[in-house]
Design a binder for this molecule. Structure first.
Ligand SMILES: [Zn+2]
Length: 321
């Protein structure tokens, strides 16, 4: 869109590298917030010496974590992902005909992108997994993620993916270090699950894009049948690509926000779980929550928003047959 790359030989990843450099130097809001992120406070809980959950205090994320996403609030605000509404200093890089890659000015990751659709269309994942796989393959240094309209997306009315640099979320490493049970498929493409992982996660991995996309659509339909939700089965999804293979992490959700979010005073914890939290980094936009959050709170918050064991077991059983 705005940023002109005269060298069309550059890969998407190279263009995005240039975009990040340009925006964090020349767009004051991005410059300020990326510098501020260097000083973000971090903590870590380790469960049974195997599952790691980080906590990061990001004051700027208050706008997203506490975003009002009810229909009335949405209809009354100017959409911040529609291209004509972007700040003048914001530039982007085209991805195919439908998407634009932007630098997220309120970062969680040291390198954080928002990838809106060019049109103002609803946040619905159905039919878009192919795009997500293509994007993950092109953005080699990033994990691409999707937050459902009731699962952390702060613009449920405008379709978008996000992406954060690899090496940030514990789940990337845990995919390799923790044992998983294969529930379907073989080497080429397979589905697997972790055990005792605090939240339910179905992983599809393989080198066959069409099969993975079809499997995702199958999982989507099964989720919809097991726990109906409007306008789509509640989920967060992460996708990464490495050495010719994709990994799709699907986190089925049953609740948007835990009870602690709606409390007042002492009991309140302003934490609105989304893909990054499910990837193993809890984002607290208030320092008091960052300080007081305990390992038990983390377990409790995951338990409230993830699927019950029984429903997840049914999903696995139905999908594996
Ligand atoms: Zn829009």
């Amino acid at each position: 869109m705005n940023l002109n790359f005269h060298d069309t030989e550059l890969s998407l990843q190279q263009k995005v590298d240039q975009l990040l450099t340009q925006q964090t130097q020349e767009w004051d809001l991005a410059e300020k917030n990326y510098k501020g992120l260097d000083k973000a406070q971090k903590r870590e809980f380790v469960f049974d010496n195997r599952v790691s959950v980080g906590v990061q205090f990001n004051a700027e994320r208050i706008y997203s974590s506490a975003a009002k996403v009810d229909a009335k609030s949405i209809s009354e605000r100017k959409c911040f992902l529609c291209l004509p509404n972007l700040p003048e200093q914001q530039k982007g890089v085209d991805f195919g005909n439908d998407y634009v890659v932007l630098v997220n000015p309120f970062p969680i990751f040291p390198r954080h992108l928002t990838i809106p659709h060019r049109q103002h269309i609803d946040q619905l994942i159905k039919g878009r997994m192919g795009d997500m796989l293509d994007l993950a393959k092109s953005l080699t240094d990033f994990v691409v993620f999707y937050n459902g309209p009731k699962c952390g997306a702060s613009a449920p009315d405008h379709f978008h993916f996000q992406a954060g640099n690899k090496g940030f979320m514990p789940i990337e490493k845990e995919y390799h270090t923790l044992s998983r049970t294969i529930v379907k498929g073989k080497d080429k493409c397979r589905a697997s699950v972790f055990s005792n992982y605090l939240r339910q996660c179905l992983i599809l991995d393989g080198d066959d894009k069409n099969l993975l996309r079809n499997w995702f659509e199958e999982v989507y339909e099964l989720m919809k049948a097991i726990l109906p939700s409007d306008p789509e089965p509640m989920m967060n999804v992460l996708v990464s690509f490495e050495q010719g293979r994709w990994k799709i992490f699907i986190f089925p959700r049953k609740l948007h926000r835990p009870w602690q979010f709606f409390e007042e005073g002492e009991k309140q914890i302003l934490l609105s779980p989304a893909s990054v939290d499910f990837g193993g980094v809890l984002i607290t936009p208030r320092e008091e929550d960052f300080t007081k959050l305990t390992a038990e709170d983390a377990v409790d918050i995951f338990r409230q928003v993830t699927w019950e064991e029984e429903a997840f077991e049914k999903l696995i059983t139905d999908f594996s047959h």
